[in-house]
Ligand binder design. Structure first.
Ligand code: FAD
Length: 403
């Protein structure tokens, strides 16, 4: 495992003068002709930055970017010549005596294959509801449904972690068609029937008391979806979203923190990892789900989650925070941040592994308490959590979708 300072911020070296920088330069005259297509990478020590800039200018070059590297020695020599990024989907490799910037964790190639906006609001796909099942068991609170739609006859393809838009039937109070609402996809790319022809959602009906009248207000789209019957039509847009994608590396560690319907993308992840069989993806890392819900009957997909955990004890860890039933260490309600705090040292250790990805999905505001817990764990090793988290984000290892 790498030490925090190595894997977080490569520019946080104590001796300012020993920093090195990676210059990405175009148009440099090398042995006569100007290379039109090539990008030249130069590693430059801090104390030679000015001279190097002047030398590049003399040689007709233009600096496209400057990135901080490690404190390791650099000599200012030409590191490598690469095609420009538009010609090459992978980023240039570094000279061997430099530290890899964290931003390179994810190959760009993978992003290019992500389907987005196949269907737009002006021309949505018309799907059909296949099934609509209650997920809250007896004694639980509210109405939350697993809804499956038929995609036959269309081109809607999606990946785990993406969302789709739903345009509810009817008009708003100005007589205009309702706007779309986004919902995280709860099925894998193959759909619940494994025939690549369905998409499923996990939808909670929004219901609240009007602050002035005290009347119960039903959310427009969530009510429309929760009331759907098999055979009903639905207008679907998308898919959208690149934030919550599952890395293709089957050895990655996947930490998932969910509240309520925030489980949706993680259901897709876990089904891909443990329920489906793939030639090209056999999950061997650690998946750890920390799931915050109000009561035991509200644990969405409970039986499936627990069966997966029992069948894959070495690869799947399942931790609940049941706010109305469990108590935190101070005797208050057990929210997700309290569970994270309990396991903060272990989580922090795991997050320092370069192949660990952390995902947060669910209620807006849940990040605050999680940050607080991890701040304390990182501080024990004199690491600033906020800086570390920013580096994880840059490296595409920190993924948040809250609403
Ligand atoms: P609306 O009719 O649009 O009402 C919402 C409005 O009601 C709010 O804007 C607010 O003005 C008001 N309101 C809400 N609560 C209160 C209150 N307590 N007091 C007073 N006013 C209030 N939802 C899911 O169920 N499952 C998902 O998987 C999911 N994934 C999402 C993914 C993304 C990326 C995003 C952005 C959102 C996601 N949502 C999900 C939320 C979803 O998009 C809708 O916002 C939600 O279903 C409510 O829409 P609605 O049309 O029912 O409510």
């Amino acid at each position: 495992m790498s030490s925090p300072s190595e894997s977080t911020n490569s520019s946080t070296v104590t001796e300012f003068g020993s920093r090195t920088y990676l210059y990405e330069v175009v148009g440099l005259r090398q042995n006569g002709p100007i290379r039109q297509s090539g990008t030249v990478l130069l590693t430059v020590p801090y104390n030679r930055m000015k001279q190097e800039m002047q030398r590049i200018a003399r040689m007709g070059g233009k600096i496209v970017s400057i990135k901080p590297l490690s404190s390791s020695a650099a000599n200012g020599s030409v590191a490598q010549t690469q095609p420009t990024q538009s010609e090459n989907t992978t980023k240039p490799t570094q000279s061997k005596n430099t530290t890899k910037p964290m931003t390179q964790a994810k190959p760009k190639k993978a992003k290019d294959d992500i389907p987005v906006n196949t269907y737009r609001p002006k021309n949505p796909f018309i799907g059909k509801c296949i099934s609509n099942e209650q997920l809250v068991r007896e004694g639980g609170i509210g109405n939350c449904r697993h809804i499956k739609f038929d995609l036959s006859g269309g081109d809607l393809r999606y990946l785990e972690g993406q969302s789709i838009g739903i345009i509810p039937d009817g008009t708003d109070d100005k007589g205009k068609p309702h706007k779309l609402r986004l919902y995280s996809i709860a099925s894998t790319r193959h759909g619940d029937d494994l025939d690549d022809k369905t998409v499923s959602l996990c939808v909670r009906q929004l219901q609240y008391k009007h602050p002035e009248t005290g009347e119960t207000v039903n959310g427009v789209c969530s009510t429309f979806l929760c009331n759907m019957n098999p055979g009903d039509d639905v207008k679907i847009t998308g898919p959208v979203g690149k934030e919550m994608l599952l890395p293709s590396d089957p050895n990655a560690n996947i930490i998932m923190m969910a509240t309520g319907t925030g489980i949706a993308p993680f259901r897709a992840f876990l089904w891909r990892m443990f329920k489906e069989q793939h030639e090209d993806y056999k999950f061997k890392g650690l998946a750890w789900l920390i799931f915050g819900i109000s009561t035991t009957p509200n644990i969405l997909y409970k039986d499936d989650l627990e069966a997966m955990q029992q069948n894959n004890p070495d690869n799947f860890r399942l931790t609940y925070a049941i706010s109305r039933e469990q108590k935190n260490s101070e005797g208050g309600k057990m929210y997700i941040q309290h569970r994270v705090a309990e396991h903060a040292d272990e989580l922090w250790k795991l997050m320092q592994e370069p192949n660990t990805h952390t995902y947060i999905c669910g209620l807006k505001g849940m990040e605050g308490g999680i940050d607080e817990a991890l701040t304390a764990a990182a501080a024990k090793e004199d690491v600033d959590w906020t800086t570390y988290r920013q580096q994880m984000k840059k490296a595409h290892r920190w993924h948040v979708e809250t609403y």
